[in-house]
Design a protein around this ligand. Structure first.
Ligand code: SF4
Ligand code: FES
Length: 250
């Protein structure tokens, strides 16, 4: 296949950026999207040109490193799929594909398609943990947890912190990310002690990082590669409200 690419190039955080056209020839349908970009980069390096910068690590959809906009959709056209799991068989000969970095005030551009997502780490640092001495691995039956809660907590824990929800949101809100982490810990018995302190600290850090508020558009849920449901945001808002009431009564 021959693929026509229009890719955002930006040498650094403060450099001006622009779209640059490239043509990828001899693209195999079996290639992953990132392998196709690897081949484009090998050609650029061979010509002595600067390769296109993009993030990736596991290339198995589990680490959250990859991610950019493909034709205006975060992670591309396949639902529940990271960029690294997208394959070129999804495209046809002579397709035109536009690639852009995540665009959000809280995600400054580092270079080309790479953005700085450390704001998400700082939300986790604010409260995305349990302060308990876990010691050795506990007996699986020592703390009994209802199955429906375990499954909700595990589904929330599958968030890979990729930032696609932020990129897709017109408010650049990280509410889906923050709420997944808050649900993951807040639903389990081990997370109860710090439950209200956690939601308050994480929501306040979210806002301080420059992410916008949720206005229930649902774009985050639509692009999330782990299909985290927007109901987590409703749970986060309830938790935050309860935290305000509990704190007021102290
Ligand atoms: S909620 Fe989904 S889209 Fe957002 S960071 Fe987590 S995995 Fe990525
Ligand atoms: S490279 Fe790890 S999720 Fe895509």
């Amino acid at each position: 296949m021959r693929i026509h690419l229009k890719i955002w190039r930006q040498a650094g955080p403060n450099a001006p950026g622009k779209f640059v056209d490239y043509t990828a020839d001899h693209v195999s349908r079996e290639m992953s999207f990132l392998e196709m970009l690897d081949v484009v980069n090998e050609t650029l390096i061979g010509r002595g040109q600067d390769p296109i910068a993009f993030d990736s690590d596991c290339r198995e959809g589990i680490c959250g490193a990859c991610g950019f906009m493909i034709n205006g959709i975060a992670h591309g056209p396949d639902p529940g799929t990271t960029v690294c799991q997208l394959h070129m068989r999804r495209f046809t000969d002579n397709d035109r594909i536009t690639l852009e970095p995540w665009r959000a005030k809280a995600f400054p551009i580092v270079k080309d398609l790479v953005v700085d997502r450390s704001a998400l780490d700082r939300i986790i640092q604010a409260g995305g943990y349990t302060s308990v001495n876990v010691g050795g691995a506990p007996d699986g039956n020592a703390i009994l947890i209802p199955k429906n809660l375990v499954e909700k907590a595990m589904d929330s824990a599958s968030c890979i912190a990729c930032g696609a929800c932020v990129a897709a949101c017109k408010n650049a809100s990280a509410a889906l990310f923050a709420s997944a982490k808050i649900s993951h810990l807040g639903l389990l018995p081990q997370g109860q002690v710090e439950r209200y302190r956690r939601v308050t600290a994480m929501v306040e850090r979210h806002d301080a990082e420059g992410f916008g508020s949720c206005s229930n558009e649902g774009e985050c849920e639509a692009v999330c590669p782990k299909e985290i449901p927007i109901t987590n945001i409703a749970r986060m808002n309830r938790e935050y409200f309860k935290a305000m009431v509990v704190t007021r009564d102290l």
